[in-house]
Structure formats: structure tokens, C-alpha cells
Write a protein that binds this ligand. Structure first.
Ligand SMILES: NC(=O)c1ccc[n+]([C@@H]2O[C@H](COP(=O)([O-])OP(=O)(O)OC[C@H]3O[C@@H](n4cnc5c(N)ncnc54)[C@H](O)[C@@H]3O)[C@@H](O)[C@H]2O)c1
Length: 349
């Protein structure tokens, strides 16, 4: 039997454990897997592009477990009443290929992306960071805001979105949280002025220029989440030139990240090296750091492991028969439960 987790189950995990605990566990699982980086069979995701969006498959495996995520990115979807990003995933046993878990990953992607952002910011932002500009206030944004507030102590978030209704939605969710001040700003420049961290999480399928070099101040950390596809960026290239740039998996980030604007020799650091102590992170209080997040399969592998463990701990999920259970594994035909019939007689037309 394979365990099936629906959006309802993932919501129950968050309700039962609380979102601070879910974020904490998610960061722990992702960090544990990033520290085992060399044990994974890694590849850049397989992307299928159209004018309005992209559909991607994200596989990865270690010696024990294999996973993949199916995910899309269609910025115009919200006009059709659909999320920009939707995802499902599968976790399987490598020794036999048996699928162990099939899960929703739409909610989970938002949680794992925010957890990855915090994991990077812990090493790359200044230790005294207290304020964050949050540009793009759509589906991912509350997750980013809360993960930074709960796990990094960010207590002031400055908001901007070209759609005021998206900002109003975010404010309605988070306005009564004691210890968190929200400031609605009139422009990106207004929001980022004086912020310790900038998170960009916009959706637009073009080379957008959300952050320009003159907006960036010494010591800022930039968490760029929405530039994650060829022809879909958020930074002016001057921002990358001014910063020390960190990526997840370099071969994928060169194609998909804001890094796509830079020449092949432009220097970047894979974040796992910082975590493992093989490369430095932030080198000074004045340095500008940029985490060019695109979303890597390993984060979903970690997320699926966490969901599986939480489902077992809380007794959630449904056992479903996706693979036949057979006393004689060669007797696949018997699973149809059919009596064979003679070739049907063809009627003359
Ligand atoms: N790096 C990752 O791992 C990862 C994971 C998930 C999503 N994403 C990306 O994050 C982005 C946001 O995803 P979402 O699910 O929140 O999308 P969404 O469509 O729900 O929200 C995006 C918001 O960006 C706003 N926006 C667009 N252009 C803007 C601009 N110029 N200035 C300010 N705001 C602007 C839109 O009005 C919208 O409210 C997408 O591009 C998605 O592909 C990345």
C-alpha cells in the first residue's frame, strides 16, 4: 500500500503541530539533507516551457529513497481562479522502486521554500537583521513572512505588491500577530529603503527589474524567490554584480535563476558548501549577499520525508492501492478479475 496525503492532511499537520514547529522541522530536514549533498544523485529539473508558463519534473535520489515533484509556474493562472504554482510529489524506496508516499505539494512547496529561504538567511543575513521588505504578496508571501518572523526574529515587514488586494489579503492574515509590525508601502523602493533583508516573490513571465542597484544598501541580504525560470527574473544584473551570490544547485541556477543574466564565469557559491563549512558565507557586515533561490529537488525530497514522518506520528493519510498486491507477483493478469472471452465478431458496416 502507498500512503496518500491530501491538502487537508497537510493542513492538519500544520494545525496539530503549529506552523512554527512545522517550519522548524522543515529547516532541520532540509539542512540535514544539504549536509549530505554529495550522497545524492542530482540533476537539473526537466522543464517544459510554453508562452504562459512552465511544467517541471524534479527528480533526486540517495541510496535509500527516490523522489520527484511535478510542479508548474503559470503567473496568469490567478486570473483564471487557479494558483500560479501547483505541485504533487512521490517518495519511493530505491531498493525495490515501491512508491511509499504520494502527496500534495502545493502547500508544502510554500512551506519548504520559506524554510529554505530562512536556512540561507541564517548564514547570509546580518545577525542583527530585524526588518524585511516583502515584494510580491501572493500565495507564497505569508509563508515567507512567518518563517522569517518565527525562526529569524524579523519583527518588521514592509510590504509592496502591484496588486493592492494581495497586500490587503496578507495584512488580514498577519495583522494581529503580537511582535510583528507590518508596513504597507507605496513602491518597491519605499519598501526596501533601510530594510535588513529583501525578499522578492513576484510572478511575471518576463525579465522584470524589481530590484535595481541604487535600491540596495550595504549589508543587505536579498532573498530572490520569484526569478526561477528562463526569461523570468527579478533583479537588475547590477544587483548580482554588487553582491556575493549563493545558489542551490549551480547547473540548474545558471539556467533558471537571476544568474541566467550573467556570463558563465560569474562566480557563485553553492549554499551546501557554506552549511558544511567548506566556503564562507557573509564576509563582513557591509557585504551585500544574494540567495538566488530557484527551488531544488533536494528541498522537496526533504519535505516528502518530513511529511511521511509527520503522517506516521499523527496517524494521517490514507493507504491506497496504487500498485497491485499479489500473492504471485507474476500473476498481474489475475488482478483484472476477468474471464477471458473469444475475439469479438466484427459486424459488417
Ligand atoms: N524559488 C522557489 O523555490 C519558488 C517556490 C515557489 C514559488 N516560486 C516563485 O515565486 C513567485 C511567487 O509565487 P506565488 O505562488 O506567490 O505567485 P502569486 O501569483 O500568487 O503571487 C505573485 C504576486 O506577485 C505580484 N507581482 C507581480 N509583478 C510584480 C511587481 N513588478 N512588483 C510587485 N509585485 C508584483 C503579483 O501581483 C502577485 O500578487 C513565482 O514567480 C513562483 O514561480 C519560487
Amino acid at each position: 500500500m502507498t500512503t496518500l496525503l491530501t491538502t487537508h492532511d497537510v493542513a492538519r499537520i500544520s494545525q496539530t503541530l503549529g506552523l512554527p514547529e512545522v517550519f522548524k522541522r522543515m529547516v532541520g530536514y532540509i539542512e540535514a539533507d544539504f549536509l549530505r549533498w554529495l550522497e545524492f544523485d542530482k540533476s537539473a529539473r526537466v522543464a517544459s516551457h510554453t508562452e504562459d508558463g512552465v511544467i517541471e519534473l524534479m527528480p533526486i535520489a540517495d541510496a535509500a529513497l527516490y523522489s520527484f515533484k511535478y510542479v508548474n509556474g503559470h503567473p496568469k493562472n490567478t486570473r483564471l481562479g487557479l494558483p500560479t504554482v501547483m505541485a504533487v510529489g512521490l517518495l519511493a524506496e530505491v531498493a525495490t522502486g515501491r512508491p511509499e508516499l504520494v502527496s500534495e505539494l502545493t502547500l508544502t512547496t510554500a512551506i519548504r521554500t520559506a524554510a529554505t529561504s530562512v536556512m540561507a538567511a541564517r548564514k547570509l543575513a546580518r545577525k542583527d537583521a530585524k526588518s524585511m521588505a516583502l515584494i510580491g504578496n501572493g500565495a507564497q508571501s505569508e509563508f515567507q513572512a512567518l518563517a522569517f518572523h518565527y525562526l529569524l526574529g524579523i519583527n518588521e515587514i514592509r510590504l509592496f505588491d502591484i496588486d493592492p488586494a494581495a497586500t490587503a489579503k496578507l495584512v488580514s492574515h498577519l495583522q494581529n500577530l503580537p511582535g510583528l509590525t507590518l508596513k504597507v508601502c507605496s513602491s518597491t523602493a519605499d519598501a526596501v529603503r533601510g530594510a535588513d533583508i529583501i525578499t522578492t516573490v513576484t510572478a511575471d513571465k518576463r525579465n522584470a527589474v524589481i530590484i535595481t542597484p541604487e535600491m540596495v544598501e550595504a549589508g543587505m541580504h536579498i532573498n530572490g524567490v520569484g526569478g526561477d525560470c528562463p526569461g523570468k527574473t527579478e533583479m537588475h544584473r547590477g544587483v548580482l554584480e554588487a553582491a556575493k551570490v549563493f545558489v542551490e544547485f549551480e547547473p540548474q541556477s545558471r539556467i533558471e535563476g537571476d544568474l541566467q543574466q550573467m556570463p558563465a564565469e560569474f562566480e557563485v557559491t553553492e549554499f551546501w558548501r557554506v552549511l558544511k563549512g567548506l566556503s564562507s558565507g557573509r564576509d563582513s557586515a557591509e557585504q551585500i549577499t544574494f540567495f538566488d533561490s530557484v527551488g531544488f529537488a533536494l528541498e522537496d525530497f526533504s519535505a516528502l520525508r518530513l511529511l511521511h514522518d509527520c503522517a506516521r506520528e499523527l496517524g494521517l493519510g490514507q493507504d491506497v492501492s496504487l500498485i497491485p498486491t499479489m500473492a504471485d507477483p507474476k500473476n498481474l493478469f489475475g488482478q483484472l478479475g476477468l474471464a477471458v472471452v473469444p475475439v469479438p465478431t466484427l459486424q459488417a458496416a
